[in-house]
Design a protein around this ligand. Structure first.
Ligand SMILES: CC(C)(COP(=O)(O)OP(=O)(O)OC[C@H]1O[C@@H](n2cnc3c(N)ncnc32)[C@H](O)[C@@H]1OP(=O)(O)O)[C@@H](O)C(=O)NCCC(=O)NCCS
Length: 173
């Protein structure tokens, strides 16, 4: 999950001010969720990302045949007549090697601090437990107070270690 600048007329977004880890992570990930941040400066150089131009069959399968045993996502949306706007996402993705799932959350700025993240986290914990998943992991920047607070409100005591300057949280159910 990354933040990018708004797209240009060709659909290219810039990774913004720093490409050190974000570019490599986005290029090696099988799925990238990008939040368009109007405050992110459009920086030049080898730092652009765009939506897929084609959808190979193998990739399409991932979207059409969702494996609910290893992936779960919630979205929060507003409703204005028939128009819906996604304002938040909470998901987990199982690592079959550890049988723990990595979690990812993102709420639009105007919808943060309203309890949506806490609601999604508690729902994800409940579903993961029912699927006999061992626990959750999350790598969180040390100054991300909102995400740290969210981890602590999950109803399961998280353990943390510091890896590469970030917290690596583990919650075992
Ligand atoms: C982290 C995030 C998903 C939390 O979602 P949320 O819907 O805002 O969470 P909630 O409203 O349920 O609040 C959870 C806790 O975070 C705190 N919090 C939420 N937004 C905050 C902010 N901007 N600053 C400080 N604390 C904040 C809340 O006060 C609450 O703690 P409390 O109940 O003890 O007061 C959301 O802030 C977000 O999208 N942040 C940007 C993306 C991100 O950092 N994702 C995680 C990457 S690891």
């Amino acid at each position: 999950m990354i933040q990018v600048s708004p797209p240009d007329k060709y659909g290219f977004c810039s990774y913004g001010v720093s490409t050190d880890v974000v570019k490599s992570a986005a290029e090696s990930a099988s799925k990238v969720i990008a939040k368009i941040n109007p405050q992110m400066p459009r920086a030049l150089g080898d730092r652009f990302i765009s939506m897929l131009k084609s959808m190979p069959h193998r990739k399409l399968q991932q979207f059409c045949c969702i494996d609910y045993d290893s992936e779960m996502s919630f979205v929060a949306h507003t409703k204005d007549g028939v128009k819906q706007n996604i304002v938040g996402l909470g998901s987990y993705h199982l690592n079959p090697a550890t049988h723990r799932a990595e979690i990812a959350f993102m709420m639009a700025d105007a919808w943060q601090g309203k309890g949506i993240g806490t609601y999604m986290m508690q729902a994800l914990v409940k579903i993961a437990k029912s699927k006999k998943i061992k626990g959750f992991t999350a790598e969180v920047m040390r100054d991300n107070v909102a995400m740290i607070a969210l981890m602590q409100k999950a109803g399961v005591e998280p353990k943390s270690t510091i890896v590469n300057g970030s917290y690596l949280f583990t919650m075992d159910f």
